[in-house]
Design a protein. Sequence first.
Length: 251
Amino acid sequence: MNKPSIVVSFLTKKFGDFVAVNSVSFQVYQGEIFGFLGANGAGKSTTIRMLCGLLSPTSGNASVGGYDISKQPELVKRRIGYMSQKFSLYKDLTAEENIRFFGGAYGLSRSRIRSKLPWVLEMAGLRGREHSLTAELAGGWKQRLALGCALLHDPEIVFLDEPTGGVDPVSRRHFWDLVSDLSAKNVTVFVTTHYLDEAEYCHRIMLMHAGAIVAGGSPRELKDRYALPTLEDVFIHLIGETNQERVPPRG
């Protein structure tokens, strides 16, 4: 097995009395496609923002690319690519202008950006449309453009937070083909999603509910463990068990 790219130990985040992430621990290995699954509000995005150095944990610790997220957040940011669920693109800029802007934000030289520009446009399917305003692009094009911008600096680890929300099924499948290509090049991909069918593309997944991890393993392992045909069935079963444990006894 490859070395760990991400190591998380008892990571917790509280907002006042609300526990958004409750003492989660796991590891993600180099070149792995690691899925963090759960319904909206489960704590997935909060976890990913802590791991990207964008949000300080309340307690616990984690390292990303060998750097401590609490003590070395700026070094973490240099090693990763991050694609938020809103794609983070500037709608009033053209596709090419977005690429140039994010390349500069990552500290790339003009010559490096110029050399990477054709690759991003090709990957996004935007050759010939590089001068189109991003606001005018369909969801699938925006999605691939955002991924290309997140990869401009050749990061070792990529965080994708709900990357396929609101995108048509064909574009979603094409996007996952791109993710598989990244993994084949030994890039670690950490992806959050609430689409359980997408989990089948992951090497390993963690199921999250109400801020806690309720199960983990490969898609096949989870289905075999609970003798259920789909991950959706597994998730429903686990959520039911978790909710029953929280119901106080009568009397």
